[in-house]
Ligand binder design. Sequence first.
Ligand code: FES
Ligand code: FES
Length: 167
Amino acid sequence: MAGTSALHLVGQASGGVTIQVNGQTVNVNSAPDTPLLYVLRDELGLHGPRFGCGLGQCGACTVHVGDQAVRSCRVPVNSVTEPVTTLEGLASGDQLHPMQQAFINEQAAQCGYCTNGMIMQSIVLVNNNPSPSEADIRQGLATNLCRCGSHLAVIRAVQGAAAMATA
Ligand code: FES
Ligand code: FES
């Protein structure tokens, strides 16, 4: 898992907040009200989630908390009670998550800045709706912003991942 070496395992750090990230229990030193995004990126070295707006409006920072897609820029780390999964935690060994593979298959990125959020949000979308229509995908990703215009390829990727999952 990318970034694993940067994780502080419980017992190796003195912080007061303990969270589960990508299958590991980590004890973080950041102040309890620090946004989860900052903890992931700055303390744990997990750079999949991106800082875009910092206001919960662009989706670049999306991670999974439990089975929900959340905007980690708006979540204080001390409010996190369920396991966190970041982009780095999606693959199983060398096997990419089907959504990651579908984004590659469709080349569904240009600069890639939004791609973390698109993938993380799309996984939850398909988990909740295994056969989404194009309208469902558009609605589900309506607040994931892309400045490069990769939306049509993203829609194809989500459709491809959904098809893989139901094949
Ligand atoms: S950086 Fe979190 S929603 Fe934009
Ligand atoms: S690919 Fe550049 S912001 Fe979406």
